[in-house]
Write a protein that binds this ligand. Structure first.
Ligand SMILES: [Zn+2]
Length: 652
């Protein structure tokens, strides 16, 4: 842990690159802090180590070959160049949506491009390593050709959508370094079998904003297959990377890889299982496959990490047919998971028994999209708060198996354990459990794609460290049952926070400092805690107007607002609402607030004015519910907490 006390100092520490024969590597690996970052065509490992280790190895007579500093001299390309190209593509094509997934340590945007809106999703991610400049280039060129419908992309996408993230590590690219600004290897920072013994894996899994961006990207939608583009070799590697034990998808992964190779024109292009090439922990593809069932590949497109620009076009050309063919890879399994009593979609997972990896569904629609080899599969279906089922499914040789699966509720705890919001904070926050759960000893928090958290309970008290949890709703498991989506973690990105809201009949107005046109809102209520999409009826840059006529005012209702890659919450909309307020520390937002005054709209003291309900005759029942809730709401709004109370609540 000492190493990470000075993480920022690490950035300035030089990294040395050298070469080792495989047998020498085996004898020193994991005894010294070194990272294997690739292999030469002559079978030597390319290793990275810090100055002290490099000196120690040399002093011990380890033959390191030529030793050189890792960071390349400044190149004639910069992250801005790629960002400008991506923005231009989004500007010029109505079918493309620019995504801001987060920001790098230096504050550069982490940009993506989405083509299409629905599931399933094909993902192409490049630039985990800043010194591999051909990776962002090829991702952008594929996006461009797809949008321009030029061959071989004139027929894709067949359905669903494609997400491109060309440059995940813009700081590293500008530094000419593999690592991010703080010296972390982003492709060792994911949570699936994350290991501190890796070279520069970060303080803990998902410690870096760049990997957090990919983690958040996976919250909405189902990506069934993914290419992670790198350079330094010319091959396609399938999961796993952390173990040579084959995954249950070994056959189908190998078939996809063979189809890729058959259409790839690159000379000497080869295929491998990732771990058989070399073992890595905390890798992006293992995480995508292990936590979501995403059939994920590492694609190495060039022996040279940063080939001369004159050679880029032919390298890209060699891969276009193969990538276009991969984009036609359709899932052959589509299942929807629903609550047997309410028939509403629920979040859950499919698992091949005895296997650790799970296949996750879309939390809002309950849909799984997946590709399995044809034949009979025994599958376990699991969802927190529901009785698990084991089922046999028959995957056809051609076509898609579509079905709906119902799970029976089993010890759902939502009534006992009402939802709770913890703002994003560096400080531990205390959670007092309700009376009925005072005697439990432990509590587990889970969220798809995030490392699970096992917490001890003492005298009904739990300590929550929200900075270790990704934003959005987590499911709670206890010895007495489960409460899906009941612990909400506030947004860590300080640009998005909820300033205020107004209810006006079936219209809900949410105010932000800024909100994008593509924001999505979900309401969560009832025992099943399903996510119900709430239609956005109007947008201005700081406000969303929502039609909440389908949201039952008689329930405790929580709202989730997704904007680009960020999520904020508003809990208990009709009761005693709690906003996820996340004012930026550095702008003195608190200090700038006027004292509590009648005109201060922010603290919610403004009185609501009634407006006539425009509900149709057939919606009479919900209209009555509305009138009732509206009356209650006015009372609540009048006794809304003043600014100081809200801040105290946020900080508690
Ligand atoms: Zn790489």
């Amino acid at each position: 842990m000492l190493l990470f006390l000075s993480l920022n100092a690490l950035a300035a520490t030089p990294v040395f690159e050298s070469y080792l024969d495989a047998d020498v590597l085996e004898s020193i690996q994991h005894k010294h802090p070194i990272g294997v970052v690739g292999w030469t065509s002559t079978g030597q490992a390319i290793i990275h180590s810090d100055e002290a280790t490099t000196k120690r190895l040399l002093d011990a007579g380890i033959p390191l070959g030529s030793v050189q500093k890792e960071a390349s001299p400044p190149m004639d390309i910069s992250a801005d160049l790629f960002h400008d190209e991506l923005r231009k593509l989004a500007d010029n094509h109505a079918s493309a949506e620019l995504l801001t997934l987060g920001h790098s340590l230096e504050g550069q945007p982490l940009l993506g491009l989405r083509v299409g809106e629905s599931n399933p999703i094909w993902r192409i991610i490049g630039g985990h390593h800043g010194d591999e400049t051909i990776a962002p280039r090829i991702v952008i060129e594929v996006a461009r050709k797809l949008l321009e419908k030029s061959p071989p992309f004139d027929e894709v996408p067949p359905r669903g959508s494609i997400i491109f993230v060309p440059l995940l590590n813009p700081d590293g690219l500008n530094d000419g370094s593999r690592y991010n600004r703080r010296g972390v290897d982003l492709n060792r920072n994911y949570s699936w079998h994350w290991e501190a013994k890796e070279f520069r894996p970060g303080a803990h899994a998902f410690s870096e904003p760049e990997t957090q961006a990919i983690q958040s990207l996976s919250t909405l939608g189902v990506s069934h297959t993914e290419l992670n583009v790198h350079s330094g070799s010319t091959n396609l590697a399938w999961v796993w990377n952390w173990t040579t034990t084959p995954s249950p998808h070994e056959t189908v992964l190998q078939e996809i890889a063979e189809a890729y190779a058959s259409r790839c024109a690159q000379e000497g292009f080869w295929l491998t299982n990732g771990a058989e090439w070399y073992v890595t922990y905390g890798d992006a593809t293992d995480w995508a496959y292990g936590t979501r069932g995403n059939l994920s590949f590492t694609l190495e497109v060039s022996d040279e990490k940063s080939p001369p620009q004159a050679e880029e076009a032919s390298i890209i050309e060699d891969h276009l047919d193969a990538i276009a063919n991969w984009m036609e890879l359709e899932p052959n399994l589509q299942l929807q998971l629903v609550d047997a009593s309410t028939q509403r979609p629920i979040q859950g997972s499919l698992r091949i028994p005895q296997q650790e990896a799970t296949i996750s569904n879309d939390v809002a629609t309950g849909d799984f999209f997946h590709l399995l080899s044809p034949g009979t599969w025994e599958i376990a279906v699991e969802s927190p708060g529901y009785a698990s089922q084991e089922i046999l499914i028959e995957i056809p040789a051609e076509g898609t198996l579509s079905d709906t699966l119902s799970l029976e509720p089993d010890n759902l705890l939502n009534t006992e354990l009402p939802s709770r919001l913890f703002s994003w904070s560096d400080q531990p926050q205390e959670w007092v459990l309700p009376e009925s759960l005072q005697d439990i000893q432990w509590l587990q928090l889970t969220k798809v794609g995030s490392p699970e958290q096992m917490l001890s309970v003492e005298d009904g008290l739990v300590e929550i460290k929200s900075n270790l949890l990704s934003p959005g709703p987590w499911s709670v498991h206890t010895s007495k049952g489960s409460a899906p989506h009941s612990v909400f973690i506030g947004e860590r990105n300080q640009e998005l926070f909820l300033l205020d809201y107004h209810l006006d009949g079936p219209r809900l107005y949410l105010e932000f400092a800024e909100i994008s046109t593509t924001a999505q809102v979900f309401a969560i209520w009832g025992t099943d805690r399903s996510w119900t999409p709430v239609p956005v009826t109007n947008w201005i840059s700081t406000e969303l107007s929502l039609d909440i006529s389908n949201v039952p005012a008689a329930h405790r209702v929580d709202l989730l607002i997704f904007d680009q890659n960020r999520v904020v919450s508003l809990l208990d909309l009709f009761g005693d609402p709690i906003l996820d307020v996340q004012p930026p520390d550095d702008t003195g937002f608190y200090e700038d607030l006027p004292e509590d005054s009648p005109g201060n709209d922010w603290n919610g003291d403004t009185e609501l004015t009634a407006s006539s309900c425009t509900c149709s005759q057939s919606e009479m029942d919900s209209q009555h519910a509305w009138l009732l809730s509206f009356g209650l709401l006015v009372l609540h709004r009048r006794k809304r907490k003043d600014t100081e109370d809200i801040i105290a609540q946020k900080n508690s």
